[in-house]
Design a protein around this ligand. Sequence first.
Ligand SMILES: [Zn+2]
Ligand SMILES: [Zn+2]
Length: 324
Amino acid sequence: MTTAVQEAGVQEAGFTTGDVSMPDLNTITPRFPKFKKWDIFLGIAAIHAGLVFAPSTFTWPAFRVCLALQAITALGITLGFHRLLTHRSFKVPKWLEYVVTLCGSLALQGGPIKWVATHRVHHAFSDRPQDPHSPKRGFWWAHVFWLFAYDEVLDHPTKHLRFVPELAKDPVHQFLTKTHALQTFLLGFLLYAWGGWPFVVWGIFVRTAFVYHGTWLVNSAAHIWGYQSYQTNEGSRNNWWVALISYGEGWHNNHHAYPSSAAHGLRWWELDLTYFLIRLLAMLGLATEIRLPRGNPAQLPAVSPWPSRLRLPIPNPVRSAVYG
Ligand SMILES: [Zn+2]
Ligand SMILES: [Zn+2]
C-alpha cells in the first residue's frame, strides 16, 4: 500500500503529473538483486582497467584535459541530471537544458531518462527495500554493485518511463539517452585526434573513474557518514568531504529534506559549487525560478525493519556498525 507521504515524496522529487496519471508505486516491490548486467560490469571494469596506463601517459596537457572534462561532466550530472532534470529546482532555456544534459551524458552514467527515473525512486523510497542503492544492503552495494543488478522496473524498457513522463516524450532527451555510450566513443576519437593516447587515457578513463566515484560516494558515504541537520527518517547525511569531491552534492541530508531546493549547502560554510554555478547562470539571465527551502522538511514514514533476505550475502562491517 502506497502511503500519501511516499506519493508526496515522488511529487516533491520532481513529478509533473500533467495529464499523465500517477504511477502505481506498488509495482516497486522489495526484491533480491540478480547480478545480470554484464555490459555495465565490463564497461565499468574497462574504465578502471584503463587507469593502469595513467602513469606512463601522464603529460600536463593531458592532466588539464582531464580536469576540464571532470568539471564539465560532473557538473553535467549535479547541475544537469540532478538539480535541473530530476528535481526541476530551477529553469533554463531549452537549448541550455540540452547542452547540460549532453555534458551529464558524457559522464557515462546511463542516459538522462534512466538516471532521473532511478533517482526519483531513490527519493521516494530512500533506505527502504525499494531503494535502488541503499547502503542498508552494504557499502559496496550502494557504491557500485547495484549497477550490475537487473531491476525489473528501472531496467525495464518501458516500465521506468512512468517516473519521467515529461522527459520520456521529449525527442532530444530520448536521443541523448539512446546514444549516451556512443557520445563517449566519439569524444574518445576527438581526444585521440587532438592529443593522442595521453588525452584518451586522461580525458576518458581517468576522468570518468574520478566522476564515477564522486557520484557513487553520494549514494554510499553520504548515506552512512556525516551529520543530519534534519530528521528525514532515512540515512542521508551531510558529509563535507563528499561535498568537496562532488561539487556540493555531499550536503545530502539537506537535499533529502528539501529535494526541490537548488541549493544543497544551507549553512554559510556548507560549500556548494553547483549552486554557485546556478547563481552565476542567474546573473547571466540564463537560470530563473530558482527554488530554495520552503516549509517543513520532507520526511518519509518511519523505517520498518529490513528483511534479512534482502541483504547482500557478504560480510559488511560498515553496514552492521551503522545499522545493526
Ligand atoms: Zn540519497
Ligand atoms: Zn536528489
